[in-house]
Design a protein around this ligand. Structure first.
Ligand code: SP5
Ligand code: ZN
Length: 343
Protein backbone atom coordinates (compact mmCIF):
# COMPACT_ATOMS: atom_id res chain seq x y z
CA UNK A 1 0.00 0.00 0.00
CA UNK A 2 1.35 3.42 -0.96
CA UNK A 3 1.31 6.43 1.37
CA UNK A 4 0.79 9.95 0.06
CA UNK A 5 2.26 12.91 1.92
CA UNK A 6 3.83 16.32 1.25
CA UNK A 7 6.25 18.11 3.62
CA UNK A 8 4.21 21.27 2.87
CA UNK A 9 1.57 19.79 5.18
CA UNK A 10 3.95 20.54 8.08
CA UNK A 11 3.64 24.30 7.42
CA UNK A 12 0.50 24.55 9.55
CA UNK A 13 2.16 24.52 12.96
CA UNK A 14 -0.16 25.98 15.59
CA UNK A 15 1.27 26.76 19.02
CA UNK A 16 -1.96 27.05 21.00
CA UNK A 17 -5.62 26.14 21.00
CA UNK A 18 -8.47 27.42 23.13
CA UNK A 19 -9.75 24.45 25.11
CA UNK A 20 -11.42 24.12 28.51
CA UNK A 21 -11.58 27.91 28.77
CA UNK A 22 -7.86 28.54 28.39
CA UNK A 23 -4.99 28.67 25.95
CA UNK A 24 -3.50 25.19 25.89
CA UNK A 25 -0.64 23.74 23.84
CA UNK A 26 -1.93 22.85 20.37
CA UNK A 27 -2.63 19.14 19.90
CA UNK A 28 -2.83 18.95 16.10
CA UNK A 29 0.88 19.54 15.41
CA UNK A 30 3.39 18.59 12.66
CA UNK A 31 5.12 15.93 14.79
CA UNK A 32 1.96 13.82 14.45
CA UNK A 33 2.66 13.32 10.76
CA UNK A 34 6.37 12.83 11.45
CA UNK A 35 5.65 9.98 13.90
CA UNK A 36 3.54 8.20 11.30
CA UNK A 37 6.19 8.70 8.60
CA UNK A 38 8.92 7.41 10.93
CA UNK A 39 6.95 4.25 11.70
CA UNK A 40 6.04 3.62 8.04
CA UNK A 41 9.75 3.79 7.23
CA UNK A 42 10.86 1.72 10.23
CA UNK A 43 8.66 -1.23 9.20
CA UNK A 44 9.24 -0.61 5.47
CA UNK A 45 5.50 -0.47 5.01
CA UNK A 46 5.60 0.71 1.41
CA UNK A 47 6.45 3.58 -0.90
CA UNK A 48 5.79 7.15 0.29
CA UNK A 49 4.96 9.49 -2.60
CA UNK A 50 4.25 13.21 -2.99
CA UNK A 51 0.72 14.30 -3.87
CA UNK A 52 -0.06 15.47 -7.39
CA UNK A 53 -1.28 19.03 -7.99
CA UNK A 54 -4.97 19.69 -8.60
CA UNK A 55 -6.96 22.76 -9.56
CA UNK A 56 -9.43 23.96 -6.93
CA UNK A 57 -12.33 22.43 -8.90
CA UNK A 58 -12.61 19.13 -6.98
CA UNK A 59 -12.47 21.07 -3.68
CA UNK A 60 -15.17 23.47 -4.89
CA UNK A 61 -17.51 20.50 -5.48
CA UNK A 62 -17.68 20.18 -1.68
CA UNK A 63 -16.88 23.65 -0.32
CA UNK A 64 -18.44 27.07 -1.02
CA UNK A 65 -16.26 29.32 -3.17
CA UNK A 66 -16.47 32.28 -0.74
CA UNK A 67 -15.24 29.99 2.06
CA UNK A 68 -12.26 28.73 0.04
CA UNK A 69 -11.48 32.32 -0.95
CA UNK A 70 -11.57 33.29 2.73
CA UNK A 71 -9.13 30.49 3.64
CA UNK A 72 -6.72 31.33 0.83
CA UNK A 73 -6.85 35.13 1.44
CA UNK A 74 -6.96 34.98 5.22
CA UNK A 75 -3.38 35.76 6.17
CA UNK A 76 -3.18 38.69 3.75
CA UNK A 77 -6.42 40.17 5.18
CA UNK A 78 -5.21 39.57 8.74
CA UNK A 79 -1.92 41.41 8.23
CA UNK A 80 -3.59 44.16 6.14
CA UNK A 81 -5.76 44.94 9.15
CA UNK A 82 -2.54 45.48 11.07
CA UNK A 83 -2.76 42.31 13.14
CA UNK A 84 0.59 41.06 14.36
CA UNK A 85 -0.39 37.92 16.33
CA UNK A 86 1.14 34.86 14.64
CA UNK A 87 -2.04 32.85 14.98
CA UNK A 88 -5.65 33.91 14.67
CA UNK A 89 -8.54 32.63 16.79
CA UNK A 90 -12.24 33.17 16.20
CA UNK A 91 -14.16 34.18 19.33
CA UNK A 92 -17.64 35.31 18.24
CA UNK A 93 -20.18 33.29 16.23
CA UNK A 94 -23.53 33.89 14.50
CA UNK A 95 -25.62 31.40 16.52
CA UNK A 96 -29.43 31.03 16.26
CA UNK A 97 -31.15 34.41 15.64
CA UNK A 98 -27.97 36.16 14.45
CA UNK A 99 -27.48 36.76 10.73
CA UNK A 100 -25.40 34.50 8.49
CA UNK A 101 -26.49 36.01 5.16
CA UNK A 102 -24.14 39.01 5.43
CA UNK A 103 -20.42 38.33 5.68
CA UNK A 104 -18.77 40.95 7.92
CA UNK A 105 -15.98 43.11 6.47
CA UNK A 106 -13.87 43.08 9.62
CA UNK A 107 -11.56 40.11 10.04
CA UNK A 108 -12.79 38.87 13.45
CA UNK A 109 -16.34 38.92 12.12
CA UNK A 110 -15.24 36.94 9.09
CA UNK A 111 -13.38 34.43 11.28
CA UNK A 112 -16.53 33.75 13.30
CA UNK A 113 -18.70 33.54 10.18
CA UNK A 114 -16.47 30.82 8.70
CA UNK A 115 -15.84 28.72 11.84
CA UNK A 116 -17.53 26.91 14.73
CA UNK A 117 -14.88 26.69 17.45
CA UNK A 118 -11.86 28.46 18.95
CA UNK A 119 -9.72 25.34 18.95
CA UNK A 120 -8.59 25.77 15.35
CA UNK A 121 -6.14 28.65 14.88
CA UNK A 122 -4.99 29.91 11.50
CA UNK A 123 -1.38 30.91 10.88
CA UNK A 124 0.65 32.37 7.99
CA UNK A 125 1.00 29.06 6.13
CA UNK A 126 -2.22 27.32 7.12
CA UNK A 127 -3.72 27.62 3.63
CA UNK A 128 -0.65 26.08 1.94
CA UNK A 129 -0.77 23.09 4.28
CA UNK A 130 -4.55 22.72 4.06
CA UNK A 131 -4.59 22.76 0.26
CA UNK A 132 -1.73 20.26 0.13
CA UNK A 133 -3.52 18.00 2.62
CA UNK A 134 -6.57 18.02 0.33
CA UNK A 135 -4.32 17.21 -2.64
CA UNK A 136 -2.94 14.27 -0.66
CA UNK A 137 -6.52 12.97 -0.30
CA UNK A 138 -7.25 13.68 -3.97
CA UNK A 139 -4.13 11.83 -5.09
CA UNK A 140 -5.27 8.82 -3.06
CA UNK A 141 -8.70 9.05 -4.70
CA UNK A 142 -7.13 9.32 -8.17
CA UNK A 143 -4.99 6.23 -7.49
CA UNK A 144 -8.11 4.32 -6.46
CA UNK A 145 -9.96 5.51 -9.58
CA UNK A 146 -6.99 4.21 -11.58
CA UNK A 147 -7.39 0.76 -10.04
CA UNK A 148 -5.38 0.65 -6.80
CA UNK A 149 -6.81 -1.74 -4.18
CA UNK A 150 -5.79 0.53 -1.32
CA UNK A 151 -3.94 3.74 -0.49
CA UNK A 152 -3.11 5.76 2.60
CA UNK A 153 -3.52 9.54 2.39
CA UNK A 154 -1.51 10.89 5.33
CA UNK A 155 -3.65 13.99 5.60
CA UNK A 156 -2.75 16.72 8.02
CA UNK A 157 -4.43 19.06 8.82
CA UNK A 158 -7.35 16.61 9.19
CA UNK A 159 -10.76 17.18 7.61
CA UNK A 160 -13.84 15.45 9.01
CA UNK A 161 -15.12 18.35 11.18
CA UNK A 162 -15.06 20.85 8.28
CA UNK A 163 -18.44 21.72 6.73
CA UNK A 164 -19.23 23.19 3.32
CA UNK A 165 -18.47 26.72 4.52
CA UNK A 166 -16.89 26.62 7.97
CA UNK A 167 -13.86 25.20 9.75
CA UNK A 168 -13.37 23.78 13.25
CA UNK A 169 -12.06 20.82 15.21
CA UNK A 170 -8.57 21.30 13.67
CA UNK A 171 -10.15 20.84 10.18
CA UNK A 172 -10.43 23.26 7.23
CA UNK A 173 -11.07 21.26 4.03
CA UNK A 174 -13.01 18.02 4.42
CA UNK A 175 -10.45 15.69 2.83
CA UNK A 176 -12.62 12.56 3.05
CA UNK A 177 -15.60 14.33 1.46
CA UNK A 178 -13.45 15.77 -1.34
CA UNK A 179 -12.02 12.28 -1.99
CA UNK A 180 -15.45 10.62 -1.92
CA UNK A 181 -16.81 13.17 -4.40
CA UNK A 182 -13.80 12.69 -6.66
CA UNK A 183 -14.42 8.93 -6.64
CA UNK A 184 -18.09 9.53 -7.54
CA UNK A 185 -16.97 11.72 -10.44
CA UNK A 186 -14.49 9.12 -11.68
CA UNK A 187 -16.52 5.94 -11.99
CA UNK A 188 -17.76 4.92 -8.54
CA UNK A 189 -21.58 4.74 -8.35
CA UNK A 190 -21.72 4.38 -4.57
CA UNK A 191 -19.12 5.33 -1.96
CA UNK A 192 -19.17 4.50 1.76
CA UNK A 193 -17.30 6.75 4.19
CA UNK A 194 -16.62 4.94 7.47
CA UNK A 195 -15.41 7.37 10.15
CA UNK A 196 -13.66 5.63 13.06
CA UNK A 197 -12.17 8.79 14.64
CA UNK A 198 -13.09 9.26 18.33
CA UNK A 199 -15.06 12.39 17.43
CA UNK A 200 -18.18 12.47 15.28
CA UNK A 201 -17.50 13.41 11.66
CA UNK A 202 -20.02 16.25 11.68
CA UNK A 203 -18.71 17.88 8.51
CA UNK A 204 -18.79 14.72 6.41
CA UNK A 205 -22.25 13.85 7.73
CA UNK A 206 -23.65 17.29 6.90
CA UNK A 207 -22.10 17.34 3.42
CA UNK A 208 -23.72 14.05 2.36
CA UNK A 209 -26.84 14.15 4.57
CA UNK A 210 -29.35 14.41 1.71
CA UNK A 211 -27.54 12.07 -0.69
CA UNK A 212 -28.05 8.38 -1.44
CA UNK A 213 -24.84 7.99 -3.45
CA UNK A 214 -22.54 8.42 -0.44
CA UNK A 215 -23.23 6.41 2.69
CA UNK A 216 -21.78 7.88 5.90
CA UNK A 217 -21.13 5.86 9.06
CA UNK A 218 -19.45 7.12 12.23
CA UNK A 219 -18.44 5.44 15.51
CA UNK A 220 -17.66 8.12 18.09
CA UNK A 221 -18.03 9.44 21.63
CA UNK A 222 -21.59 10.45 22.49
CA UNK A 223 -21.97 14.13 21.50
CA UNK A 224 -23.96 14.71 24.70
CA UNK A 225 -20.62 14.58 26.52
CA UNK A 226 -18.00 15.16 23.83
CA UNK A 227 -16.88 17.46 21.04
CA UNK A 228 -18.39 18.37 18.55
CA UNK A 229 -21.47 18.31 20.89
CA UNK A 230 -24.06 19.48 18.38
CA UNK A 231 -24.19 16.60 15.89
CA UNK A 232 -23.67 12.84 15.93
CA UNK A 233 -26.74 11.42 17.71
CA UNK A 234 -28.16 8.02 16.79
CA UNK A 235 -31.41 9.48 15.44
CA UNK A 236 -29.61 11.37 12.63
CA UNK A 237 -30.36 9.05 9.70
CA UNK A 238 -30.27 11.36 6.68
CA UNK A 239 -32.99 13.35 4.88
CA UNK A 240 -34.80 13.08 1.55
CA UNK A 241 -32.94 10.78 -0.80
CA UNK A 242 -30.28 10.46 1.89
CA UNK A 243 -32.66 8.90 4.42
CA UNK A 244 -31.22 5.68 5.90
CA UNK A 245 -27.78 6.38 4.42
CA UNK A 246 -26.41 8.12 7.52
CA UNK A 247 -25.53 5.86 10.46
CA UNK A 248 -24.22 7.06 13.82
CA UNK A 249 -22.90 4.86 16.62
CA UNK A 250 -22.42 7.14 19.66
CA UNK A 251 -20.71 5.35 22.56
CA UNK A 252 -20.06 6.36 26.19
CA UNK A 253 -16.79 7.57 27.64
CA UNK A 254 -14.68 4.60 28.74
CA UNK A 255 -15.71 2.38 25.81
CA UNK A 256 -13.27 -0.60 25.43
CA UNK A 257 -12.60 -2.73 22.32
CA UNK A 258 -15.24 -5.32 23.29
CA UNK A 259 -17.97 -2.69 22.94
CA UNK A 260 -16.39 -0.56 20.19
CA UNK A 261 -15.92 -3.62 17.98
CA UNK A 262 -19.64 -4.40 18.12
CA UNK A 263 -20.34 -1.02 16.49
CA UNK A 264 -17.62 -1.82 13.96
CA UNK A 265 -19.44 -5.09 13.15
CA UNK A 266 -22.78 -3.30 12.73
CA UNK A 267 -21.19 -0.68 10.50
CA UNK A 268 -19.53 -3.34 8.36
CA UNK A 269 -22.87 -5.16 7.96
CA UNK A 270 -24.50 -1.92 6.75
CA UNK A 271 -21.66 -1.33 4.29
CA UNK A 272 -22.09 -4.87 2.95
CA UNK A 273 -25.81 -4.24 2.43
CA UNK A 274 -25.12 -0.91 0.67
CA UNK A 275 -22.63 -2.54 -1.74
CA UNK A 276 -20.37 0.45 -2.42
CA UNK A 277 -17.80 0.42 -5.22
CA UNK A 278 -15.20 1.87 -2.89
CA UNK A 279 -14.67 2.51 0.81
CA UNK A 280 -13.17 5.66 2.31
CA UNK A 281 -12.01 5.29 5.92
CA UNK A 282 -11.72 8.43 8.02
CA UNK A 283 -8.95 7.02 10.18
CA UNK A 284 -8.60 8.64 13.59
CA UNK A 285 -6.36 7.06 16.22
CA UNK A 286 -7.80 9.12 19.09
CA UNK A 287 -9.81 6.07 20.28
CA UNK A 288 -6.50 4.99 21.87
CA UNK A 289 -6.50 4.46 25.65
CA UNK A 290 -3.71 7.01 26.20
CA UNK A 291 -5.05 9.75 23.92
CA UNK A 292 -4.70 13.03 25.85
CA UNK A 293 -8.07 14.53 24.81
CA UNK A 294 -10.19 11.38 24.44
CA UNK A 295 -11.92 8.80 26.63
CA UNK A 296 -12.10 5.47 24.80
CA UNK A 297 -9.89 2.53 25.76
CA UNK A 298 -8.55 0.92 22.59
CA UNK A 299 -5.11 -0.70 22.90
CA UNK A 300 -2.33 -0.60 20.30
CA UNK A 301 -2.84 -4.26 19.20
CA UNK A 302 -6.55 -3.61 18.70
CA UNK A 303 -5.83 -1.22 15.84
CA UNK A 304 -4.60 -4.26 13.86
CA UNK A 305 -8.05 -5.79 14.40
CA UNK A 306 -9.74 -2.71 12.91
CA UNK A 307 -7.65 -3.10 9.77
CA UNK A 308 -8.34 -6.84 9.60
CA UNK A 309 -12.10 -6.35 9.89
CA UNK A 310 -12.17 -3.65 7.22
CA UNK A 311 -10.13 -5.87 4.88
CA UNK A 312 -12.79 -8.59 5.19
CA UNK A 313 -15.22 -6.27 3.36
CA UNK A 314 -13.14 -6.99 0.28
CA UNK A 315 -13.52 -3.44 -1.06
CA UNK A 316 -11.01 -1.05 -2.64
CA UNK A 317 -10.19 1.09 0.39
CA UNK A 318 -8.77 4.58 0.72
CA UNK A 319 -7.54 5.45 4.22
CA UNK A 320 -7.59 9.13 5.09
CA UNK A 321 -5.86 10.25 8.28
CA UNK A 322 -7.97 12.26 10.75
CA UNK A 323 -7.19 12.68 14.49
CA UNK A 324 -5.03 11.00 17.14
CA UNK A 325 -3.01 13.00 19.68
CA UNK A 326 -0.98 10.48 21.69
CA UNK A 327 1.95 11.51 19.53
CA UNK A 328 4.44 8.94 20.88
CA UNK A 329 2.12 6.03 20.02
CA UNK A 330 0.50 7.50 16.92
CA UNK A 331 2.84 5.94 14.37
CA UNK A 332 2.48 2.45 15.86
CA UNK A 333 -1.31 2.67 16.12
CA UNK A 334 -1.74 4.04 12.62
CA UNK A 335 0.60 1.56 10.97
CA UNK A 336 -0.97 -1.27 13.02
CA UNK A 337 -4.32 -0.45 11.38
CA UNK A 338 -2.82 -0.41 7.90
CA UNK A 339 -0.86 -3.60 8.59
CA UNK A 340 -3.99 -5.39 9.85
CA UNK A 341 -5.71 -4.40 6.62
CA UNK A 342 -2.92 -5.64 4.40
CA UNK A 343 -2.64 -9.11 5.94
C1 SP5 B 1 -9.79 15.78 13.97
C2 SP5 B 1 -10.06 15.75 15.45
O1 SP5 B 1 -9.84 14.75 16.09
N1 SP5 B 1 -10.48 16.90 16.02
C3 SP5 B 1 -10.76 16.97 17.40
C4 SP5 B 1 -10.99 18.35 17.88
C5 SP5 B 1 -11.25 18.38 19.36
N2 SP5 B 1 -11.17 19.69 19.89
C6 SP5 B 1 -11.71 19.88 21.21
C7 SP5 B 1 -10.74 19.40 22.24
C8 SP5 B 1 -11.29 19.52 23.61
C9 SP5 B 1 -10.29 18.90 24.54
N3 SP5 B 1 -10.75 18.80 25.86
C10 SP5 B 1 -9.80 18.04 26.63
C11 SP5 B 1 -10.30 17.66 27.98
C12 SP5 B 1 -9.20 16.89 28.71
N4 SP5 B 1 -8.32 17.80 29.39
ZN1 ZN C 1 -10.90 13.11 16.59
Amino acid sequence: MKTIFSPDQMLHAPQFEVSDGKLEPAKEIPSRAQMVLDRLKAVQFGEIIEPRSFSLDPILKIHASDYIEFLSDFWRLWTEEGRTEQEAFPFVWPVRQLRTDIVPDQIDGKLGHYSFDAGTPMGPHTWTAVRRSAETALTGAAMMAEGARSAFALCRPPGHHAHKSFFGGYCFINNAAVAAQYLRDHGAKRVSVFDVDYHHGNGTQAIFYDRADVQFLSIHADPKVEFPYYLGHADEKGVGEGEEFNLNYPLPHGTPWEVWSRALEEGCASIEAYKPDVLVVSLGMDTFEKDPISQFKLKSEEFNLIGERLAKLGLPTLFIMEGGYAVEDLGVNCVNTLTGFRQ
